[in-house]
Write a protein that binds this ligand. Sequence first.
Ligand code: SF4
Length: 449
Amino acid sequence: MATMKKLYIENLGCAKNQVDAEVMAYTLRNTYTLTEEADDADLILVNTCGFIESAKEESLTTFFTLRNDYPDKKIILSGCLAQRYANELSEELKEADAIFGNRDLRKIRDLAEALNTETKTTKPLCMVPEYPDPMEEDDTRDHLFTFPGSAYLKISEGCNHCCSYCAIPVIRGPLRSRPMEAILKEAKRLIDSGIKELNLIAQDLSAYGWDWDKVSHFEELLDKLCALEGDFKIRMLYIHPDWMTDRIIECVKRNEKILHYFDIPFQHASAPILKSMGRTGDLNSYIALIEKIRKNIPDAVIRTTLMLGFPGETEEDYRELVTFTKICRFNWMGSFVYSREEDTRAFDMTDEKTHEELSKISDKRQKKLQKIQEKITEEKLQDFVGNEYSVLIEELISGEDLAIGRIYSQAPEVDGLTVVMGRNMVPGNIYKCRITAVRDVDLEAVKID
Ligand code: SF4
């Protein structure tokens, strides 16, 4: 019986990347056990992000730091950067032992075996397989990188929207919805294992199933997920504003298991900018959408993402974004400055010099806009004080009668947290708590049951 080796995964990027890392860890389970210490690892996987400049830089910096710290260990560069630049990296990144794409994660087993048998060459091994038939895909995971009680559940990969600035369709390909049965089976497995919060992820949840018959099957999937036995909640992460339909609102209203949390990246509010982004909508239609959601679901929590510095953005466009932010008063808003990405339609909408000039202006605008939002977020957090909520406890603070958790308005990793005062709490469980105060973007609470 061969001794089990140790695998260390450095996971970068988004929740979808994290699920891929969990699937790769499961796929290697017969040869490797996971370790949280790179020191102890026989194999290191740097699971990269590659959709904008800053993410690419962070991925390469992380890789080189690990390479410098562990000159003799086997290191595989996987994830979106590896998928997007496989040709260049397999020629130039001699420091890596292998480059692995992110379309057929089962093949990580073959690559790990090849690394153990083949002698090191001057160039990294490179494996960038195409997607398998969705019916053959095995997305089983037995180790989650999320805190106890919550899990991400990927319902599709790729995207057909092709927003002009976005490299994700280049990396992940066209929309590819997972078979509904496979998602329901995985959800049931997660719920049976004690998961209390399923965070649905995709490039755009609302397009689910559209690749089958040009109709969205998202509400159908939500109804079926909510019909599953068990005490759990569903959070929707990432719905394209142009596809945020009345049907989704009605589905949320008829299903208590769906959290009143809407993550809708509007990106902008100026009609000409949205048009050149390959999106529809404008300031008024987007404000109307927010008002409709809040009218139908009064305690709806809305998160959005806004982009500044898109080619051609004027002072007037920026003013519309400020107006949009002030009128809509989002609970949470993240903003970033446009990254000029090759192989996207927007790349040729400007030149490097003009882009750099607009980026400088946009950096300042972005900071101002985020300041406006910080004040709004704090004010909106006051609405929670004095009320009682279910808190999913994620970790205990040792030596204190304190624990950290999240309520329905707080998505994992991106929003604030709830610090709960009380005893006998177990991570992964849910407790009734009363919110007592706001501390920056976090809430303070006392346990009441
Ligand atoms: S919907 Fe999102 S993932 Fe799809 S192209 Fe647009 S920005 Fe990219």
